[in-house]
Design a protein around this ligand. Structure first.
Ligand SMILES: *Cc1c(COP(=O)(O)O)cnc(C)c1O
Length: 393
């Protein structure tokens, strides 16, 4: 069993070179020579980390509500049960007090999500985790460049995971990565990696077509059309969607897949543009922050710098606003639409979420819309989006 405490400073620079079969990705998160292992999706990377920590049947993993179904799916694929902590009354991230009430003798890990790139309350959460003797795994799927107390996100837990899907800061099509901040855990991940296969030829082709279509079509002003087309294809089984009804006893075969070598190369070369991706995002969010006088801007933890994956706004009439944004061709995303996006009603039970158990998360899901911060956002779009929002009352 791996019992080393979570390291505060990544020691990954001292890790051995990965074995030949491992696809290393440098500079995903910190701009240093870190070694990441790539997987079919972010959730697959999370499941791999849990397995490497020997977390499985009978174990509980605390996650936050106001999350994406990918997180509980990753926990369940490892055989463990997700337990939901609520988010902070005015925030987007895990509430430390709620976390404390969710710990039990069966708690084996805490997944700390940095929603939209906003750092979680790490000083209190790491303290609680340390007292409970439970490791932290950071969900950095939205966080490629934010810092907390001058320290990069992804370096606070025993490991972190990333996603390269559309909507994430580094886009490669579909894919994920895991980075261990602990040598033994890293070695275990490398050892396990031999069991992971490349996606089939057909799947790789499908993902490539999907990636190219998206890159060709996506502009913030065409967001709604592209999104509708994608949802139609996904329902017809012709595109890789976000959620598949899965048997609680048999995780989807995707959980034994790597990221294709081709996509991993693309992720690596995109990650090399990280400085540019970050400065574009910072420039755009700075304009949103200064110019938008509608809704409530995000509240940030002190001594943090934030690089937003998307820029979230809390608005009073979310559904109405989304409908008029669609009409006026303004990209405005609705995630997270529910406490465990995109699940609703009965589906929430399949991921162990009990409706009413995380009231702040459920409220936030009815309030948050988000604006794009990616490289395709130009000054004209920002102007239109700002004008559109400022005209609301
Ligand atoms: C996108 C995302 C993931 C991982 O998604 P995959 O589709 O599995 O790559 C995990 N957590 C959060 C918060 C996300 O937004």
């Amino acid at each position: 069993m791996i019992t080393s405490p979570p390291l505060l400073v990544p020691s990954v620079a001292t890790l051995p070179e990965p074995a030949g079969s491992v696809e290393p990705i440098a500079d995903i998160a910190f701009g240093s020579a870190l070694t990441a292992l790539t997987y079919y999706r972010g959730r697959v990377a999370l499941a791999a980390i849990l397995k490497a920590l020997e977390i499985g049947r009978g174990d509980e993993v605390v996650v936050q509500a106001f999350t994406c179904v990918a997180v509980p799916e990753g926990v369940s694929a490892a055989g463990a049960v997700p337990v939901y902590a609520d988010i902070e009354a005015d925030g987007l991230n895990m509430c430390p007090a709620s976390l404390e009430t969710r710990l039990s003798p069966n708690t084996r890990a805490i997944v700390v999500q940095h929603t939209f790139g906003v750092p979680a309350n790490l000083s209190r959460i790491t303290e609680i985790a340390r007292r409970a003797g439970v490791p932290i795994i950071e969900d950095c799927c939205h966080a490629f460049g934010s810092t907390y107390r001058q320290q990069p996100l992804g370096s606070f837990g025993i490991a972190s995971f990333y996603s390269f899907e559309w909507g994430k800061p580094v886009v490669a099509g579909l894919g994920g990565a895991a980075i261990a901040n602990d040598r033994k855990l890293h070695e275990k991940l490398v050892e396990q990696y031999a069991d992971y296969q490349q996606p089939s030829w057909g799947k790789r082709l499908q993902l490539e077509v999907q990636y190219r279509a998206f890159s060709a079509l996506y502009r913030p002003q065409w967001y709604w059309q592209v999104r509708d087309a994608f949802h139609r294809l996904s329902r017809a089984g012709a595109a890789a969607g976000n959620f598949h009804e899965q048997s609680p006893h048999e995780p989807s075969p995707e959980f034994s897949l790597r990221m294709s070598a081709h996509m991993a190369r693309r992720a690596r070369s995109e990650a090399r543009r990280l400085a540019t991706i970050r400065s574009q995002a910072l420039e755009v969010t700075d304009r949103y922050r200064r110019s938008i006088r509608y809704g409530q801007h995000p509240v940030l933890p002190s001594s943090s710098t934030v690089c937003y994956a998307r820029y979230p706004l809390r608005v009073p009439c979310k559904q109405q606003l989304l409908a008029s944004a669609r009409e006026q061709r303004i990209e405005l995303a609705d995630w997270y639409r529910t406490a465990v996006h995109p699940l609703d009603g009965e589906q929430l039970r399949t991921v162990h979420y009990r409706v009413g158990s995380c009231p702040h998360a459920e409220t936030r899901a009815s309030e948050i819309v988000s604006l794009p911060t990616n490289g395709r956002v130009d000054a004209a779009f920002v102007d239109r989006a700002v004008r559109f929002l400022n005209e609301q009352q």
